[in-house]
Ligand binder design. Structure first.
Ligand code: SF4
Length: 312
């Protein structure tokens, strides 16, 4: 992986474009992501440096310190990351992630992250001293290592992600698990999700986020190129041929979505399955804007919303 260092012109803290993270600032340490997931929407962003390269922003700590010193009110949480992963298997990225997270936690600002990477021990030690300020989400959709490798070639294995969950749980941080993206006919079955739910339920996981794959043009192209003529690709093509519901989910690009009825029925059946292991589910509201707020993550973040200051 080629790492290019670049001065960051814009602020380190940026507003999230994700509906469910409204008002929660985000930090992207890099443009591009070493995990190279086939279904990654960020690979279509205008600042994407191309596969095999990541741009690591320089001077993040100095810039962030400066930005925070000018704020009248510090944010309660900062989210990592909307278009990259903070725990990419690249030493320079991990060093930057550590310095930035340590700074935030030292200032009493919570760190929220979603990762498909391996969380090194030094982060677990850091989080241990700030366990009430860490909000962790682990993305994984299967225990099948071969399948996972096909779609997330450089992300952590399912076994490593389970180790992340256990290590966090041991220091008093119970992560949420994200089944995202669910792929129809492949990862959304009870046969695939049941054993995963059983294992994470035993560790004490109580909450799971759900989201189906949405086929943006760039995702469709990457999946077709990277999976080729495989059973996986056949299943995806078939599912979207049968259930496609073209709609404008974003102002910029057309997105192929599985129709709402199909998604609602499946979300409901996964939710029932999860309940057997004492796990509550919610649906990603940003990616499912046609699903009612009662079922989405918007509700999950409400507990952090301060009604007086109207801030998170
Ligand atoms: S971990 Fe996230 S940001 Fe990185 S490639 Fe995968 S989907 Fe994209």
């Amino acid at each position: 992986m080629k790492v290019v260092h670049k001065e960051r012109k814009s602020s380190v803290l940026s507003p999230s474009t994700l509906k469910c993270l409204d008002n929660i600032p985000t930090i992207n340490l890099t443009a591009g992501c070493a995990h190279l997931c086939s279904y990654c929407y960020a690979r279509g962003y205008s600042n994407y440096p191309g596969d095999g390269t990541i741009v690591l922003y320089a001077n993040l700590v100095e810039k962030l310190e400066n930005e925070l010193s000018r704020k009248r009110r510090l944010p309660k949480f900062v989210y990592f990351s909307s278009s990259c992963d903070a725990f990419q298997p690249v030493k320079q990225v991990l060093d930057a992630a550590y310095s930035v997270m340590a700074l935030l936690l030292r200032k009493g600002i919570g760190v929220s992250f979603l990762t498909k990477g391996r969380i090194p021990d030094r982060f677990i030690a850091l989080f241990k001293s700030h366990s009430n300020k860490v909000n962790a989400h682990i993305g994984m959709t299967t225990l099948n290592k071969q399948f996972q490798k096909r779609i997330e070639p450089h992300a952590a294995t399912p076994g490593t992600r389970l180790k992340n969950i256990s290590a966090l749980a041991e220091i008093g941080i119970l992560p949420e698990i994200r089944f995202d993206p669910l792929i129809p006919g492949l990862t959304d079955s009870a046969g695939n999700l049941g054993p995963l739910l059983k294992i994470v339920g035993k560790v004490g996981i109580k909450s799971a986020g759900l989201n189906y794959l949405f086929l943006r043009p760039i995702i469709n192209r990457n999946l077709s190129e990277e999976l080729g003529h495989t059973k996986i690709m056949e299943k995806i093509t078939q599912a979207f041929r049968d259930k496609v519901d073209m709609r404008l989910l974003s102002s910029k690009s057309r997105v192929n979505a599985l129709n709402l009825d199909f998604r609602l029925k499946k979300y409901e059946s996964i939710s029932l399955l999860a309940k057997q292991y004492d796990i509550e589910t919610y649906v990603c509201g940003y990616k499912n804007p046609d699903v009612s707020d009662d079922l989405t993550c918007k509700n999950v973040w409400q507990k952090y919303f301060d009604k007086k200051t109207r801030q998170y």
